[in-house]
Design a protein around this ligand. Structure first.
Ligand SMILES: [Zn+2]
Ligand SMILES: [Zn+2]
Ligand SMILES: [Zn+2]
Length: 182
């Protein structure tokens, strides 16, 4: 199932406030934590190994170049990795690793940008939503199970078996809206 919601430019508040409120609500329901840096790599490794997959040095390096706030295409990831390693890394290997990361909840595909972003909560699954800035390309990760469960329920009412809601909201991030007003 794919739902692309576009333009929320007239939202009364910046996306980061509502994103924060949503993740705080989620955190009350279970131990929902967003990781950064070394803690994130450790959580990613644990989630991958739980699936019986190995955290190889190439997989660790691909995870290192993925960012939390800005999606990168498979091509970008290959280029950055090749630059970081000082040698040509095969694009096919990167594609396979990105597929594995998405299947294992270590990364997410931003469908409307045809790009990938690291998942700050590799240990727990949600139908993550993304607010994608059309000006700077930043993607803000939002978790709100109440919203995505309604989307799934609407699909089921229509006799559809929902596999994965894709909710990507396009518009301007807080910084870009502020720059536009100034
Ligand atoms: Zn969670
Ligand atoms: Zn999420
Ligand atoms: Zn922006």
């Amino acid at each position: 199932m794919s739902v692309i919601v576009t333009a929320l430019r007239d939202a009364p508040r910046g996306p980061s406030l509502s994103a924060m409120a949503a993740s705080q609500a989620l955190a009350r329901e279970h131990d929902h934590a967003h990781h950064h840096g070394a803690a994130l790599a450790a959580a990613a490794q644990a989630a991958l190994e739980e699936r019986g997959e190995q955290w190889t040095s190439l997989r660790a390096s691909v995870f290192d170049v993925l960012r939390l706030d800005r999606p990168a295409s498979a091509y970008d990831v290959t280029e950055q990795l090749s630059a970081a390693q000082g040698r040509r890394v095969a694009a096919n290997s990167v594609y396979r690793i990105l597929d594995l990361f998405v299947a294992s909840n270590l990364a997410q595909r931003i469908e409307s940008a045809n790009a990938y972003i690291a998942n700050p909560h590799p240990g727990c699954r949600h139908d993550c939503m993304f607010l994608v800035c059309d000006r700077c390309g930043r993607a803000t990760h939002v978790d709100n199970d109440a919203v995505t469960e309604q989307v799934r329920a609407a699909a089921r009412r229509a006799g559809f078996a929902p596999e994965r809601p894709v909710i990507e909201v396009h518009g301007l991030c807080e910084a870009c809206s502020a720059a536009t007003v100034a």
